[in-house]
Design a protein around this ligand. Structure first.
Ligand SMILES: Cc1cc2nc3c(=O)[nH]c(=O)nc-3n(C[C@H](O)[C@H](O)[C@H](O)COP(=O)(O)OP(=O)(O)OC[C@H]3O[C@@H](n4cnc5c(N)ncnc54)[C@H](O)[C@@H]3O)c2cc1C
Length: 463
């Protein structure tokens, strides 16, 4: 490591999202000194939790913030289903059990939840919603951390790490044009995945990566993840897998959040840049269908696709952040989208001709003799104005990170835990989320494991 002025602390927490905040607060409440370093400036602090709305929690009775019950086994079954078994059961159960007390813990640390009966949130027996969203949650935790005496540095990027069994942890932090060295008894790494690093994405996805959009913070570049892997920490998951959803291609490259999701796909047809349909738009009509379309669009030429609707489909669609592109004719719509007019007209003519009858309920209406079919909600596109959304894959997080044990210590390539380096949040999410996603799992994971890692790191530092 380079020469630098050194400061010391008991626990160093790397990152500024919900995992880092929970780790810092838990460690500080255990009585040790804590320094938290967030690469983002104060106005952008909080990582992707700024965009989150809810978190998943086990509960054996209803509470004012979540109705009904959600048992440990039901939670675990849901996790097994979405991951198709790509989960470490011991860690998964630790997460689920930890989620049973996390709402109370967050409340004790200033976070406010929403009463489902009083707000406009969707009914959910499995998740609780933050009052004011993830940004309010983050702000509350920052305020608590500061009040407790956690030293918080913004605009501070960890650029070098050194650690080992018989030594303190060392981190070089780039800040204000200089480098500060911090020596810490223990370290908790909560710096997220690497989805904002296009060079790394290109290694995993090839040139297609340039067509991706990143739904969250540009500061999650995986620089610390790379330092850990280079230092001999064991990787977990698959670096070529990520969670991606269909987002509006006109949104920002980074940080579009949840409002750029395209949620109206069952109400129209989807064509590629050659004006051709390529998948059954009725296959999945659930609210979360857009999550299946991210990977499909990533496989399209140019990583772009277009949702096309007529006036009927548009009337059924929810409002969007950016208005759809409209035109009175299919030809004019094709021109506005830069598509071949004849190709789009042919696709729509063939689609309309394949709808057998309008005489059945909308959900049962399907095409016949068309490849690919539309198996549900097939309605002829005939009523102007015609409308379209250009769509790209929007990456939420990677199914790749570092392996940890049940105390959140990172595991080395030889399978042994590092004695004083812990990890929490999305950087280790692939231990329990090797594939797929469950609503509210990201924040459950970052808060439960952040808290646990902070407690463990403090226990060791205080010895
Ligand atoms: C649009 C969107 C909506 C979402 N909605 C939900 C939801 O409703 N519910 C849910 O459960 N989950 C949701 N998620 C997922 C959830 O936001 C994440 O799981 C959660 O924020 C992870 O928190 P984290 O602290 O582990 O990491 P991140 O949020 O990835 O934060 C990493 C932090 O590390 C910092 N950092 C990175 N590199 C360095 C470095 N070298 N030095 C110092 N700091 C560094 C970053 O600035 C950042 O603050 C959503 C994600 C997105 C993108």
């Amino acid at each position: 490591m380079s020469e630098a002025a050194a400061s010391t602390v008991d626990v160093l927490v790397v990152g500024g999202g919900s995992a880092a905040l929970c780790a810092a607060i838990a460690a500080r409440r255990s009585g040790v000194s804590v320094r938290m370093v967030e690469w983002a400036p104060a106005a952008m602090r909080g990582g992707n939790t700024r965009h989150a709305r809810n978190f998943r929690l086990m509960h054996d009775r209803s509470a004012w913030y979540v109705p009904g019950t959600y048992s440990e086994d039901a939670f675990f079954r849901d996790l097994l289903r979405v991951t198709q078994g790509a989960t470490d059961e011991r860690l998964a159960r630790a997460l689920i059990r930890g989620s049973a007390t996390i709402a109370q813990w967050l409340g004790d640390n200033g976070v406010r939840l929403q009463d489902p009966a009083a707000g406009a949130m969707p009914y959910s027996q499995r998740t609780a919603f933050f009052l004011g969203g993830g940004k309010a949650m983050i702000n509350a935790l920052y305020m608590t951390a500061a009040k407790l005496g956690v030293t918080i540095s913004y605009d501070s990027e960890v650029v070098e790490l050194a650690f080992g069994d018989a030594r303190v942890c060392e981190a070089d932090i780039a800040h204000g044009g200089g480098i500060e060295r911090v020596l810490a008894k223990t370290m908790v790494v909560c710096s997220g995945g690497y989805q904002a690093n296009f060079d790394w994405l290109r290694e995993s996805f090839g040139a297609a990566a340039d067509g991706f959009m990143i739904r969250g913070t540009p500061y999650v570049t995986g620089s610390v993840l790379r330092l850990l892997l280079d230092a001999g920490v064991r990787p977990v998951g698959d670096s070529s897998r990520c969670h991606m959803v269909a987002v509006d291609a006109r949104g920002p490259k980074f940080d579009g959040g949840i409002v750029t999701r395209i949620t109206a796909i069952p109400h129209g047809i989807v064509v590629d840049r050659d004006g051709r349909r390529f998948h059954d738009e009725g296959e999945d009509a659930r609210k979360t269908h857009f999550a299946r379309w991210g990977a499909r669009i990533a496989d399209c030429p140019g990583q772009i696709a277009y949702l096309i609707m007529d006036a009927k489909g548009l009337n059924r669609a929810l409002p969007t952040a950016l208005p759809p592109i409209r035109a009175d004719t299919v030809a004019a719509l094709a021109t506005a989208l830069g598509l071949d007019q004849a190709a789009l007209e042919t696709t729509i003519r063939d689609f309309n001709a394949a709808i057998a009858t309008d005489d059945v309920p909308l959900t049962a209406r399907c095409t016949s003799g068309l490849t690919p079919p539309k198996s549900r909600g097939a309605v002829a596109l005939v009523d102007p104005p015609f409308a379209a959304y250009p769509m790209r894959p929007g990456v939420t997080f990677m199914h790749f990170g570092v392996a940890v044990d049940e105390q959140m210590r990172v595991l080395r390539n030889d399978g042994k835990p590092a004695s004083n380096v812990f990890a929490a949040g999305m950087i280790m999410a692939a231990n329990v989320l090797g594939d797929g996603y469950l609503a509210g799992l990201g924040v459950a994971l970052s808060t439960v494991f952040g808290r646990l890692a902070g407690e463990e790191a403090a226990r060791l530092a205080g010895r």
